[in-house]
Design a protein around this ligand. Structure first.
Ligand SMILES: Nc1nc2c(ncn2[C@@H]2O[C@H](COP(=O)(O)OP(=O)(O)OP(=O)(O)O)[C@@H](O)[C@H]2O)c(=O)[nH]1
Ligand SMILES: [Mg+2]
Length: 315
């Protein structure tokens, strides 16, 4: 059997389960997920290495009608990650109607990857409809959902899945593998993401706050790892800053208004304490030695709509 390898863009409206599916396929958390839309803000590439194939799964921000400059940047990012992929997984949730948002995405895919012909073969690369969250429907409802989606898109394939219950994940995996061209392994076996360690840590911190704060969290949270300081490079001259020889990971957390700072910090800094505790093990693993997070909450007024500020935050 020839080795296969390539890139799969995972697209869909906000909150349809893109990041959750990628984590489930890769088998560990590389992308953050949450119940609120616009969770993903970067096109994170997860790497799935098998005996016979290597897939790079490109997680994308949910495609939506942008209301802020950040929203616009997120959509642009999807455009970028859609260029030069070998297949597209278009996610549609089983628990929602197919709507105008899906039509917009389909139109966009057709303009770039359609051959101008009708039907299943009318695509330049395989476009696979992945029907997510099937644990939320009974069998009968699922069947009519599948028929509805089949008629909606004339997709190359259609496959139902529940990432949460691990139902049909193997089938999704093998469909994606079949969609890949023959090609060599591109990354070493142990590599599961293409992100820089700083970026992965920043994402994990943002994810931990999303979980910790639940509905209180301002949507306008941005996290940047400013520097990673190893003990032998620490020139602060003050031994009391770092008595334990741990790697210091200096992090800025930006909100848009002064009033949001106490929400992030919590009573007696409880949220900061919880987030650090939750991330101790994953951060140690990413850095490769004992590390400590130093979290600084800052205000950057109106950053979601300010080009300069967005640039500074990496958008
Ligand atoms: N019941 C059920 N819920 C799911 C499933 N997959 C994801 N979810 C939930 O759907 C919500 C959104 O999941 P995400 O993976 O963050 O969705 P996303 O498409 O990456 O969202 P954005 O990054 O904001 O575009 C989370 O609350 C998940 O727990 C599933 O298979 N079943
Ligand atoms: Mg996501």
């Amino acid at each position: 059997m020839p080795y296969r390898s390539g890139f799969v863009a995972v697209v869909g409206r906000p909150n349809v389960g893109k990041s959750t599916l990628i984590n489930a396929l890769i088998g560990t958390q590389i992308a953050i997920s949450s119940s609120r839309p616009e969770t993903t803000r970067k096109a994170i590439r997860g790497i799935l290495t098998l005996d016979h194939a290597q897939l790079v799964l490109v997680d994308t921000p949910g495609i939506h009608r942008p209301r802020t400059l950040l929203g616009q940047r997120l959509n642009d990012m999807v455009d970028e990650s859609l260029s030069e992929v070998d297949a597209i997984a278009f996610l549609l949730p089983a628990d929602q109607e197919v709507g105008p948002g899906d039509t917009r995405i389909l139109t966009r895919l057709r303009s770039q990857y359609g051959k101008g012909a009708e039907g299943k073969d009318g695509w330049k690369v395989p476009v696979i409809a992945v029907v997510t969250k099937i644990d939320t429907l009974d069998r009968e409802a699922l069947i009519s959902k599948l028929i509805e989606i089949e008629q909606f898109g004339a997709f190359s394939e259609i496959i139902p899945v529940s990432a949460v219950q691990h139902d049909n994940l193997d089938e999704v995996q093998s469909l994606l593998v079949q969609a890949m061209p023959e090609g060599p392994k591109m990354y070493p076996d142990e590599q599961i993401s293409e992100e820089k360690p700083e970026d992965t840590i920043a994402e994990l911190i943002r994810g931990a706050f999303l979980e910790e704060l639940d509905d209180e969290l301002p949507h306008s949270l941005a996290v940047v790892v400013d520097s990673v300081i190893y003990p032998d490079e620490d020139n602060s001259g003050d031994d009391s800053v770092n008595p334990s020889d741990k790697v210091r990971v200096l992090v800025s957390i930006y909100v848009e208004r002064d009033s949001q700072k106490p929400i992030i910090i919590g009573k007696g800094a409880q949220h900061l304490v919880q987030v650090k505790k939750k991330l101790r093990t994953p951060v140690n693993r990413i850095i490769g030695q004992k590390s400590k997070l130093e979290l600084h909450v800052k205000v950057s007024k109106g950053w979601q709509s300010d080009p300069k500020k967005l640039a500074r935050l990496g958008f």
